[in-house]
Each structure stands twice: as C-alpha cells, then as structure tokens.
Design a protein around this ligand. Sequence first.
Ligand code: FES
Ligand code: FES
Length: 197
Amino acid sequence: MTMSTAAPGLTRRAVSLTVNGVHRTAEVEVRRTLADFLRHDLALTGTHLGCEHGVCGACTVLLDGLPVRSCLLFAVTVDGHEITTIEGLGSLKPDGTMQPSPVQQAFRDCHALQCGFCTPGMLTTITAGLKENPHPTVDDAVEMISGNLCRCTGYQNIVEAVLRAAELMENPDAPLPDEGFDADGDAHGAHGKDGEN
Ligand code: FES
Ligand code: FES
C-alpha cells in the first residue's frame, strides 16, 4: 500500500494581514501557528512561547486590539486581520528612537520585570485591559493579569505597573511612585487604593 501525501496546494495558503501597522503577505503552512509565523517567518521574536497550549499567556498578542494566545491560533485564521505584538507597542520619535508606550514606561518605572520572559504577554494584555478599563483598582489590575503567569516577580510590581500605566495614560508627566505597596497589597502614594481611582 502506498502512503498518500497531501497536494501541496492544500498544505500552504497565502495570508495577508497587518502586523504592527505594516501590511504583510506570506505563504504559510496551514498548520503554522500565529506564534511561529510571527517569530520565524516575520522575525518578530518579542512574542515568547512558554507552555504552547494556552496556559501561560507569554505568547499573547493583540488581534484587532483584543488579547489572544498566538500559540492557539493558526496564522491562516488571522488572514485579513490586524496583529499587534510587543514590537508595535511603542512609537517612533522624529529622532528615530522609540517612545515607549505608557505600559512599557510603567514597567520600567515600577521594575515590573525580572527575567522578562512573561513581559511581552503582560504588556499586550495590560494594553488591551487598560483600553477597556482605563481607571483600574488594585483588584481590577490583579484580574487584568490573572491569565498571565510570571515565575519571577511575585506579581506585585506588575500590578503596580498597571496602575502606573493608567496614570501615565492620563498624564504622561505623572510623578514616579515612590513607596510601592503596603504589606496588605494596597497601593498607596500616587495610586488609587482598591475601590478608588
Ligand atoms: S505559550 Fe501560548 S499560552 Fe503559553
Ligand atoms: S519576569 Fe520572569 S517570568 Fe515574569
């Protein structure tokens, strides 16, 4: 008995999409995940792969502005859509350097990363979360990142960065937080406590 092989035309398909504001076209294997497409075909390696089955959130990118696990999507399924990765969060300044987004700036201000493996997924998740809820409480911030795993930070500085990013979105010159969190987990200083904005 001879083994049949799929016709080449059935295993590869053309995709056309916008990635970080740039129109891209490519021919991909129909089983190519969006994560592998971004990392290997488009060289956008800022999107990280951890569990590869939808649990850790490291691979989160924005699909038409909404956070999705790129390890769970096939590239062909996002044909015609708009993808934003961590490489597309900042903006280019006239002098050619990058202006970090408020969420990126907040992570820097609050020391919200250690190894950085979870950070791309955290940044994209929080970017979408703050668009939906620009005035989060501490509880809202915890809920916002609850689908993303971080094995380094203990999450408190990430939660504070969510609140700091919300401040920066309202006032790019908002003073830096100086005291962080109380032992009970409440933010203080410039940030709102739970139930306050
Ligand atoms: S790598 Fe996609 S959720 Fe973990
Ligand atoms: S900073 Fe290391 S996993 Fe989050």
